[in-house]
Ligand binder design. Structure first.
Ligand code: ADE
Length: 345
C-alpha cells in the first residue's frame, strides 16, 4: 500500500475514446469507412485467404455458404467481414444480436422471412438465451424450425421448412459459447489484433476517404496509440482531426497528433485514465492482486463484462495484467508503466 491514488484519476467527465466497444458515433463512421471488398480490407490475411477459398468453392458447387463464426475482441472487424462476405456472395444480409432475440417468435419471424442464400448475422451470439439457442440448432442443421402449438399432452410440433440461409455468428467470448452451438459452425475464425503498420495503413485509408490531411508521422503517432484496433484508430483519427482544425492548420502532423493525444489523456501506448485506474486499484487496494473479477469490478465501479471484454484484453496483451487461478494481478511491467514500485511484502 505504498502508492496513493492521484485525485485526478478518481472522477472523470471524459468520454473514453480508446474503448473498442461500439458507440453511437461509430455507426456513421463504420458505414463511411467500412471496406466493401476483401481487396479494401487491410489485415487479417489468413482469415481473408480461408474465407476467399470457402466462398469460391461454395460458388463452384452452387451450394449455400456454410455457417461461420467470428470471434475476438470488439472492434476488429467481425461485422465488416459479414458485410464483405454478403457483398462478394451477391446475397442479402440481416443483422441482429443475441440480446435482441428475446422470444422464440422473434427468431421464427426472422428466419421465415429469409430467402435462399441470405445471410443472417447474429452479433454477441454468446448472449442468446438457451431456448432460442436450442431452436436455432435444427434451423442451422436441417433448415427446419419447430413450432410447438398448444400445451400439455395435446401439444403438437409443427415443422416449418426454412430457406437455405447462412448464419454468421460473432462473439467476443468464445469461451461462453456452448459446445453444441460451436460445433454447428462449419468454420471458426479468430480475429487477431492488428500490427501497428496495418493500423497506420487503415488510418491513411480512412483519412483519405474522410478527406482529412494527415502526414505519415502523424498517422504513425495515432496508430501507436490505437491499441492495435481499427475502431479505436478511426475514432482517434476523428478526435485528432477536430484538434487539428481548431488548434493547427487542419493538417494532422506528428506534433498536432501528440498534442491532441495529450489533451485526451491518452498515453503513448494508448492507455486511458480508466486503464490506469484499473491497474492502480489492484495495486493500491489489493496490494497488486490477486483479486477476483467481481471484487475488482465493484472496486472500479464498472461491470464485470465490460472489464473482461473491453479493458482486460489490451492490458493483458501489453503484459501489464495477468489472470491467475486466484484472480487478476498487476505484473512488474504494469507497475513500471505507472512509475510505481512493486513491493512484494
Ligand atoms: N476500417 C476499419 N477496419 C478496416 C480494415 N480492416 N481495413 C480497412 N479499413 C478498415
Amino acid at each position: 500500500m505504498n502508492n496513493p491514488l492521484p485525485p485526478e484519476e478518481e472522477n472523470s467527465a471524459i468520454d473514453f475514446v480508446t474503448m473498442p466497444a461500439k458507440k453511437k458515433e461509430d455507426r456513421l463512421l463504420d458505414s463511411t469507412l467500412r471496406p466493401r471488398t476483401f481487396e479494401d480490407y487491410i489485415g487479417q490475411k489468413k482469415v481473408k485467404e480461408s474465407l476467399s477459398i470457402i466462398m469460391e468453392a461454395t460458388k463452384l458447387r452452387s451450394e449455400p455458404l456454410e455457417h461461420l463464426l467470428f470471434y475476438g475482441p470488439a472492434g476488429l472487424g467481425k461485422t465488416t467481414l459479414a458485410h464483405i462476405i454478403t457483398y462478394e456472395m451477391r446475397s442479402k444480409l440481416k443483422i441482429t444480436s443475441g440480446p435482441a432475440l428475446e422470444r422464440t417468435g422473434d427468431l421464427a419471424s426472422l428466419l421465415t422471412n429469409l430467402e435462399d442464400g441470405d445471410i443472417l448475422f447474429i452479433d454477441e451470439i454468446h448472449r442468446l438465451n438457451r431456448t432460442i439457442e436450442e431452436a436455432l440448432y435444427p434451423a442451422m442443421e436441417d433448415f427446419r424450425f419447430d413450432i410447438v402449438v398448444g400445451k400439455g399432452p395435446s401439444a403438437q410440433v409443427l415443422e416449418l421448412n426454412l430457406p437455405r440461409f447462412t448464419l454468421i455468428g460473432a462473439t467476443t467470448r468464445i469461451g461462453l459459447l456452448t459446445n453444441p452451438m460451436r460445433s454447428r459452425f462449419g468454420g471458426l475464425f479468430r480475429l487477431d489484433l492488428y500490427s501497428t503498420d496495418e493500423i497506420e495503413e487503415i488510418i491513411k485509408r480512412s483519412a483519405s476517404l474522410l478527406k482529412i490531411p494527415v502526414e505519415s508521422a502523424g498517422a504513425n503517432v495515432i496508430a501507436r496509440c490505437s491499441r492495435h484496433n481499427p475502431r479505436v484508430a478511426n475514432r482517434l483519427l476523428k478526435r485528432v482531426r477536430d484538434f487539428a482544425e481548431v488548434r493547427g492548420g487542419g493538417i494532422i502532423t506528428e506534433k498536432i497528433a501528440n498534442q491532441a493525444l495529450k489533451i485526451l489523456e491518452i498515453d503513448d501506448i494508448g492507455l486511458e485514465k480508466l486503464d490506469r485506474r484499473i491497474l492502480k486499484v489492484i495495486i493500491e487496494k489489493f496490494n497488486g492482486g490477486p483479486v477476483g473479477i467481481q471484487t475488482l469490478a465493484a472496486a472500479v465501479g464498472d461491470e464485470e463484462d465490460t472489464l473482461v471484454d473491453v479493458y482486460e484484453p489490451y492490458l493483458m496483451e501489453l503484459g501489464f495484467l495477468a489472470r491467475t487461478p486466484r484472480g487478476r494481478i498487476v505484473t512488474p511491467a504494469g507497475y513500471r508503466h505507472l512509475g510505481m514500485v512493486c513491493d512484494p511484502s
